[in-house]
Design a protein around this ligand. Sequence first.
Ligand SMILES: NC(=O)c1ccc[n+]([C@@H]2O[C@H](COP(=O)([O-])OP(=O)(O)OC[C@H]3O[C@@H](n4cnc5c(N)ncnc54)[C@H](O)[C@@H]3O)[C@@H](O)[C@H]2O)c1
Length: 291
Amino acid sequence: MEIRKVGIIGAGQMGTGIAHVCAVAGYDVLLNDVSEDVLKNALATINGNMARLVRKGKLDEETRKSALERIRPVADLSAMAECDIVIESATEDEDIKRAIFAELCPHLPPATLIGTNTSSLSITRLAAATDRPEKFMGVHFMNPAPLMELVELIRGIATDDSTFETFKAFVTSLGKTIAVAEDFPAFIVNRILLPMINEAIYTLYEGVGTVEAIDTAMKLGAHHPMGPLELADFIGLDTCLSVMQVLYEGLADSKYRPCPLLVKYVEAGWLGRKTKRGFYDYRGEKPVPTR
Ligand SMILES: NC(=O)c1ccc[n+]([C@@H]2O[C@H](COP(=O)([O-])OP(=O)(O)OC[C@H]3O[C@@H](n4cnc5c(N)ncnc54)[C@H](O)[C@@H]3O)[C@@H](O)[C@H]2O)c1
């Protein structure tokens, strides 16, 4: 199946990154979110990110221009009827994703494939909320999508071989490397990464170390490019919490219990970089720890 046009639903940090990657690879992109304002900001973000890559010599100016022209913001899901593939990358909330699929599916031609960028939710369950479980699978990009090399591919119980092969060829054409994961809560990367981040938050909660001590310890002591708390802010604390909840409930093991401090930050609306406050405060010139 030939892919020319890609629809992306959700224009947050991941949706903008996936749109960027697809447009640079030469695909036409339709980008949807809840309002014109969000879409306007999303396009400005993509423009800014591409301009930064041009300044760093990682993207040429011609490609930036043509890629930007290939991204069309659409306020209505009916526009997705033109797409060969639609990738859902909205908020990590099963009810939101289900409502999107219910609205989306009636507009799509029967051959259109649907992927979800969920970090943790069951692909089989999400597939069952569509009218085409055999044409549905998990396509899990890493953050930031334009820079990270990996995409996890996850089949649901009903995903057919041609859907898998088409997604595999599509993701490869984006210049990404694939890791195939089974449909278990949080797949591979987040099954390993998020409990580590949650443990770092427990370490802070129990007073074992300060925010700075914990991040410095893991950067210099384990050679992680980012400390776990800095990384949590980067991922988004709401996303971190929902992945931990999915692990906790999905695997029924108390070792995945989300740290109460993570819950508190999310309840406060301190979601990390995207709201300018999380384990660090990003409102000033330099990030300052909030504890
Ligand atoms: N943040 C990460 O590091 C990361 C990495 C890989 C995958 N993911 C996954 O990607 C998805 C998006 O995460 P994100 O970090 O971009 O979150 P985000 O909060 O930055 O963006 C989510 C976007 O979805 C939009 N949205 C909500 N309801 C919608 C609807 N009904 N229709 C259209 N758009 C809607 C929101 O307005 C928002 O712009 C989630 O499933 C998340 O688990 C996140």
